[in-house]
Each structure stands twice: as C-alpha cells, then as structure tokens.
Design a protein around this ligand. Structure first.
Ligand SMILES: Nc1nc2c(ncn2[C@@H]2O[C@H](COP(=O)(O)OP(=O)(O)OP(=O)(O)O)[C@@H](O)[C@H]2O)c(=O)[nH]1
Ligand SMILES: [Mg+2]
Length: 357
C-alpha cells in the first residue's frame, strides 16, 4: 500500500514524513532525492500479545509506504513524472498548515487552512478534468467510426465524471457502481483516491483536536475522506526518541498516542483496510486485507495458492484466543469456529487456513 504525502509548499510534508519514518531531517535528505520513500511498520499490540503467548520465533508487522512528493502546484501537476508518481499512489495524505510562524513563508501569503484545502482539492479536480476532456474528445472521434457498446458505456461514465468535477466535487465523494469503479480505476484519477487530511497545528493544541477539526469544517463525515491532527514540529523532535521516552513526553503534553499511531490508524480507515492475524510458534504475523474480504480472499493475501486450494478457515477473535490460552482449548470451548470461503473476515480475527496441496 502506497500513500503520497501532498500539500502546499512549507505545509509540513517532510516534517510528517520524518515523524512517520522516525528519521531526522539529515537522514531523510541524505540521498538528495526529489522525493523520499519510507516504509512504515504498523505497530500492532494485539500481534505482540499473541507472539508472546505462542513464544513465536518471529513477529512480522505489515507496513505502509509513505512517499514525500514535491509540493503541489499548478506547475508540478503539469510535469509528467510528478503526475505519474501521484497516479501510482493508492491514497493521498494531504498536509495542511495550521501552525503560525512568520519565519516560514506562507504558500499563499497568509494562514488560511480552509482556503489551502480547497486550493489543493481544486488542483486535483482540474487535473482530472483535463484527463476527461482529452479522453472525451478522442472518444467522440472513435464513436463516429465504430459502434461499440463499450465506447458508449465509457462515454456515459465520463459524462458523469465531468459533471461531478465541474461541480467542484472530488470523485471520491461520489457514489459509483462496482462496474463504474472498475472503469474509473484505469484512469487513476487523483480526486478519486482516498484522502487523509493531516492538520499540522504546530506546538500548541488549543481546545483539543475536535475543536481543530471543527474549525476547518472537517468534523463532518465525508465519503472516503478522513482527517487527523498532528503537532508537526513537536512530534518530529521526539520521533527519534526510544519508545518509552516518547510516550512519557506525549503524556506530558496530554496526547494519548503518537502522531504515527493516529496517522496510521486513519490511513487504514480511509483506505478501508482491516488487519487479520496468523499466529503460532514459528511466526506471528499481521496482514492487511480490504474491508469485506472473504476468508478465501484473506488466504490469497497470504499466498495465491492458498486461495486457489482453499478448503476452510478456522477463525477466532484474537482476544478470545488469548483468553483460551491456545488453539486446542479454544477449539474445545467452541470459540474457534469453522468457516467457509464466503466468511467475511473481521478486524482482529486470527485465522488458520486449511488448504489442499
Ligand atoms: N513552528 C512550526 N514549524 C513547523 C511545523 N511543521 C513544520 N515546520 C517548519 O516549517 C518548515 C517547512 O516544513 P517542511 O516539513 O519542510 O514542509 P514541506 O511541506 O515539506 O515543505 P516543501 O517540501 O518545501 O514544500 C520547516 O522549517 C519546518 O521546521 C510546526 O508544526 N510548527
Ligand atoms: Mg518537503
């Protein structure tokens, strides 16, 4: 899973990248690349508990890739390389500046998060609109030459897409049928990607996070959009501390969890991902799967052969397994259930996949 960190110049994108990857500015700039790519392990306390229960030889955490791309702007969005890069992302993380500091120039001259959010959204929308217009022009010519129901369907869809964009609504906030979604995927529209808005409030947290979200209008639920708050500079300073020192520091500031935990949780949520677990003596491991994935599809996440030769799954919620003490006890108590391939896997399920071959 790949997420692009976008935002206006000097919003705190690289700062967020440093927080997530727990690197210093020197480290993340070391390679002098135009973009920084960082793999962030998803901390999983449930997995740690299971690994301890089974004395697993190995614990494997899933990860998310965050990419710190260059600041967004009219010019950057015209560069093919930059665009291609963004199109390849599964989701976008939009860093918005809420911190005051006259020494750091404001991209648009003043502090106005709502204007900044709207401006980046509009850039994404206009980029998508350009794609639609080009495609529709070409499609018109093709439709004159050949009659093909496929072309008609595409024409219909693109008309809908254009209407949505012209109303300045990002595509992610519209309702699409499964078939439409499939067709849309081919275009890799930017405004269709799930969006996590990260409000960078600087050192001071006045009125709590809910107040910050309210002040930017992000407290209202929006389709495939989430928002969270980070104290960019502060949390970047403590990002390289050992865990224990970091939690002590956070507590001192009245923060319940680290920016990394908040951002990762929100990323998984907006990307509609759940975690399921496999655990034993050899290895305890957490896996990412799309919400609504069936047991057979979850098996496919582990190995494609397992999905092909799937027979059934034994399923137990992680805390029930912990309570029972081991699989045999869980089986005896009847809490380790047998499920078929259509079973919808729940977040925190521990699975044993039975398969042939
Ligand atoms: N006071 C304060 N300064 C911050 C905060 N977050 C970032 N900064 C500072 O703002 C400047 C820009 O931060 P970056 O993280 O480099 O911003 P960016 O979005 O990556 O900037 P570009 O890549 O140049 O577009 C740096 O000098 C940071 O130290 C914050 O929360 N509070
Ligand atoms: Mg930067």
């Amino acid at each position: 899973m790949k997420c692009g960190i976008i935002g206006l110049p000097q919003a705190g994108k690289t700062t967020l990248f440093q927080i997530l990857t727990r690197t210093t500015p020197q480290e993340s700039h070391r390679h002098g690349e135009a973009q920084h790519i960082g793999t962030v392990m998803i901390p999983e306390k449930r997995l740690d508990r299971l690994a301890r229960l089974f004395s697993s030889a190995k614990t494997v955490y899933p990860s998310i890739e965050y990419v710190d791309v260059a600041a967004i702007g009219k010019d950057t969005l015209k560069e093919t390389g930059y665009l291609m890069n963004l199109r390849n992302m599964d989701g976008l993380v939009h860093v918005v500046r809420l911190f005051r500091n006259e020494a750091v120039p404001y991209a648009k001259g003043s502090l106005d998060p709502q204007r900044d959010i709207a401006s980046v959204e509009l850039d994404l929308i206009l980029t998508d609109l350009g794609v639609v217009e080009n495609r529709r022009e070409k499609l018109e010519k093709d439709r004159k030459k050949i009659k093909n129901p496929d072309l008609e369907k595409e024409q219909e869809l693109l008309q809908k897409v254009q209407q949505c964009l012209e109303a300045e609504k990002p595509l992610r906030e519209a309702d699409w049928t499964e078939e439409e979604k499939k067709r849309l995927r081919g275009f890799a529209f930017l405004s269709e990607k799930p969006m996590l808005v990260v409000l960078n409030i600087g050192e001071e947290l006045e009125g709590g996070m809910d107040e910050v979200l309210r002040s930017t209008g992000l407290d209202q639920p929006r389709l495939r959009t989430r928002a969270t708050v980070v104290c960019g500079k502060l949390e970047a300073e403590i990002a390289t501390l050992p865990d224990a020192e970091m939690s002590e520091f956070l507590q001192g500031y009245g923060l319940a969890d680290s920016a990394t935990q908040r951002v990762i949780r929100a990323t998984l949520d907006v990307m509609d991902q759940i975690l399921f677990l496999t655990s034993g003596e050899k290895e305890s491991r957490a896996w990412l799967a799309p919400k609504g994935a069936t047991a057979a599809q979850a098996a496919g996440v582990i190995h494609s052969d397992m999905e092909k030769h799937f027979i059934r799954a034994e399923v137990v919620p992680w805390e029930k397994l912990l309570e029972a003490g081991d699989y045999a006890a869980a089986r005896q108590k009847g809490i380790l259930r047998l499920e078929g391939k259509e079973y919808v896997v729940q977040d925190g399920d521990v699975l044993i996949i039975r398969h042939t071959g």
